[in-house]
Design a protein around this ligand. Structure first.
Ligand SMILES: [Zn+2]
Length: 359
């Protein structure tokens, strides 16, 4: 059932109508960011077409064909050869191709064409997914054109991509393009809570990190974010304490350490949200206005220790340093200076002038 999928109500409506009117295109191109559910929607179509006890025009999700459609038999090995064929699901009419390396291969497209020409073995229709269709090169794209042009009426080919502009126009023009929108934070949050993936407070944070992609909400990216935020929370704690120079210099070193160098900007972003949160709490703003809602107890504790310190000044000091980073300054020294200046500033002094070292 489409209703079990998150977001993209417009797409659900469109696909439902196409199924009702029996005019589902044989070649479709699903576009939209990674992790918004393109593949799940494609599999939902496969279920709708092959379900044993359909609910209206949709798959029930619970009958044996519906269940088997969700189980892919991924190759065990990582050798390119293992990934060269069609990866079938436990349903003999539903399969997918994935680029073994950087490109989708001509042989894979030929396999799809060959299989699409067979009548369904078990259900009413055969469905083939092409993952990361932007990995078609000229040859493999051309090998696909014929079957896209005139798919046999019992076969459906669904291309998935987050980068539709990379596809040859000859491929795009032969498909019905269906665009998926990023999910809203509240759609993601509700999904995580309803499916017991996380509690309310964490769900809100995950939804924010996700930036529209359910994949990101539950993937590695979230763990990375949590790690970065932990480090920045330590900085905020040291700033609130005011005199923990050792910790601040240590944090500056961590922030500039080689493995996380690319995360420098992201970490400063996070530090700013933490400062803003503590600041809001110190002004007795409602807890709901806090971005890092799952850290509420820690942030409240910090906000009480701010005393006469000026978090809004800290934010402008960070911003000032970021501007200077555009020109050639020594980032490590600038961070040292930034943290120490922030720690030293209090309500009685105006935000200090630029004191960052120019290389
Ligand atoms: Zn079913």
């Amino acid at each position: 059932m489409f209703d079990q999928l998150v977001g993209n109500d417009r797409v659900k409506k469109l696909l439902r109508r196409m199924l009702e009117e029996q005019r589902l295109p044989g070649a479709m191109l699903f576009t939209g960011e990674e992790g918004v559910g393109k593949k799940l929607f494609a599999l939902e179509i496969a279920k709708a077409l092959n379900c044993r006890s359909p609910q209206g025009v949709e798959g029930c999700g619970g009958c044996p064909p519906c269940e088997r459609i969700t189980r892919f038999n991924y190759p065990q090995g990582s050798e390119t050869d293992d990934w060269k064929g069609i990866i079938w699901t436990d349903h003999p009419d539903v399969g997918m191709v994935v680029a073994p390396k950087r490109v989708l291969l001509v042989d894979q497209m030929r396999a799809i064409e060959r299989e699409a020409n067979f009548r369904p073995f078990e259900g009413k229709a055969r469905v083939f997914l092409i993952e990361d269709a932007d990995k078609l090169n000229d040859s493999s794209a051309n090998a696909l054109l014929k079957v896209l042009e005139e798919p046999p009426h019992t076969s459906y080919i669904i291309l998935l991509t987050a980068r539709p502009a990379m596809l040859l126009s000859t491929v795009r023009s032969r498909c019905q393009v269906i665009g998926f929108s990023p999910l809203t934070a509240s759609e993601i949050e509700t999904h995580l809570v309803e499916n017991r993936i996380s509690g309310q407070a964490e769900a809100r944070t995950r939804a924010r990190v996700a930036r529209g992609s359910l994949g990101r909400a539950v993937g590695d990216e979230f763990d990375t974010f949590i790690e970065q935020r932990e480090a920045m929370l330590t900085v905020l704690e040291a700033l609130a304490a005011g005199d923990d120079r050792t910790q601040l210099l240590h944090s500056s070193e961590d922030l500039n350490a080689a493995p996380v160098k690319d995360e420098f900007e992201a970490r400063l972003d996070i530090l700013e949200t933490l400062i803003r949160d503590a600041w809001m709490l110190s002004l007795s703003a409602p807890a709901e206005s806090v971005v890092n809602y799952d850290l509420l107890p820690q942030l409240e504790r910090i906000s009480k220790r701010l005393g006469g310190r000026r978090p809004e000044g800290w934010i402008s000091q960070i911003e000032e340093m970021r501007e200077q980073l555009i020109v050639n300054i020594n980032r490590k020294s600038a961070t040292d200076a930034l943290f120490l200046t922030m720690a030293a500033s209090s309500s009685s002094t105006l935000p200090p002038k630029r004191r960052f070292l120019i290389k």
